[in-house]
Design a protein around this ligand. Structure first.
Ligand SMILES: Nc1nc2c(ncn2[C@@H]2O[C@H](COP(=O)(O)OP(=O)(O)OP(=O)(O)O)[C@@H](O)[C@H]2O)c(=O)[nH]1
Ligand SMILES: Nc1nc2c(ncn2[C@@H]2O[C@H](COP(=O)(O)OP(=O)(O)OP(=O)(O)O)[C@@H](O)[C@H]2O)c(=O)[nH]1
Ligand SMILES: [Mg+2]
Ligand SMILES: [Mg+2]
Ligand SMILES: [Zn+2]
Ligand SMILES: [Zn+2]
Lengths: 208, 208
């Protein structure tokens, strides 16, 4: 598709700018309401003393999540995607114009809640992360194999309510690895399980 | 957009076929894992003695939900949407070819989990239903106003776990009406709350 080819070119340009400026970029994808914002908020709180952090918040009405991020004292750029159901490199290119990359170490990009389209659109990131929660049902991974195949990390969130929704977080973890994702973290953003592991994954990725 | 214009025309053709054959059609949309399949399964069990029911199950890997429906002894047509993140009238046109409309009273179409794109694509249905669950967070409605504006009914599902995810089902109900949806049902597909109301809404819509 021409659209994907054009996107790849803009994504490479974005990545080159990030690399020139030593910015590590995480593309945080996942289902609607799976806990993307919560997990990024935890990352901000636990890493902002070590690194200069910025966020790009992509959504139909981006200000809701963007305001949650700025409440933590960091810069967040809202990216209103309107009828687009995924971020693309072009949106990120414009987002970059709003930031001073030379003063940033880490950029989190919260993608639009969607397990289908985002895997097709490289944004210029270094790491692709997919967040799913037990409340989506434990068949959620096998129903969307491509996004897991292309991910560097899957976080299975809300494990604290597994029994209330009748879903197996273990099955979700196994399925994501079966689909080709090399690493899974089981977490409860609300209760704290797995958060240290999540932060360590991010730190290792930034330093690596 | 030409795409939307073409879709509108095919949707009208679909609707004409449904009307000729006296089939009432429900387009069941909603977030990933919000409970669309569960609610349709309840509808099948409680209405199949009164009406001849069929389902079209649209998803990346449609067989998972389609097999759940056929287990209830009714016809289900799986529609594999692949990289498309929403059903359109063209998919439904092909689905119709697999059914004998003259022998069907009610058709449920389970749309792809997505709160953005489906609202743009008329399928030829008579009623648009949106299913959201408290586990998506109670800001989910205001984050996606358009789909609620165009819906006939919103179901706020999984109210049994509202406190475990820290979300207000009342706020979600109020927001959907504020966005323009005329009717809301609070439900727990798992525990039974609101299911009688859901079935009555369907029965009134079929008979109305
Ligand atoms: N029980 C439980 N609830 C959680 C957990 N993590 C997040 N939640 C709840 O899930 C809802 C959604 O959390 P968010 O962080 O906003 O999720 P999101 O993926 O950013 O949502 P969108 O950006 O709207 O797609 C909120 O009501 C949270 O309180 C968890 O680990 N356990
Ligand atoms: N606690 C609770 N869990 C529910 C309720 N309804 C559905 N679930 C759970 O939510 C998960 C998803 O249910 P489904 O009916 O498959 O949802 P869906 O919207 O069809 O999912 P997709 O088609 O994959 O987008 C399953 O694990 C269900 O057991 C409810 O009322 N309360
Ligand atoms: Mg969010
Ligand atoms: Mg389903
Ligand atoms: Zn899409
Ligand atoms: Zn779409």
């Amino acid at each position: 598709q021409d659209i994907l080819k054009i996107n790849k070119r803009i994504a490479s340009d974005n990545r080159a700018l990030f690399d020139e400026n030593g910015v590590t970029v995480f593309n945080v994808m996942g289902a609607i309401g799976s806990g993307k914002t919560c997990l990024i908020e935890k990352a901000i709180d636990m890493l902002k003393d070590e690194y200069s952090i910025a966020v790009m918040a992509g959504d139909v009405v981006a200000k809701y999540d963007s305001d949650r991020f700025t409440a933590h004292g960091i810069i967040s750029i809202p990216i209103s995607t309107g009828k687009e159901c995924h971020l693309d490199a072009h949106f990120i290119e414009h987002g970059i114009e709003e930031l001073d990359l030379s003063s940033i170490d880490v950029l989190f990009i919260e993608n639009v809640g969607n397990l289908i389209c985002p895997s097709d659109f490289d944004l210029g990131e270094h790491f692709k992360i997919v967040i799913v929660s037990v409340s989506e049902g434990d068949d959620i991974v096998m129903k969307h194999p491509v996004i897991f195949k292309n991910a560097d990390l899957t976080v299975v969130n809300k494990i604290d309510i597994s029994e209330y929704v009748g879903a197996s977080s273990e099955k979700m973890a196994e399925d994501s690895m079966r689909c080709g994702c090399p690493r899974v973290i089981m977490a409860s953003c609300k209760k704290g399980a797995g958060i240290d592991e999540w932060i360590q994954y991010l730190r290792d990725s930034i330093e690596g």
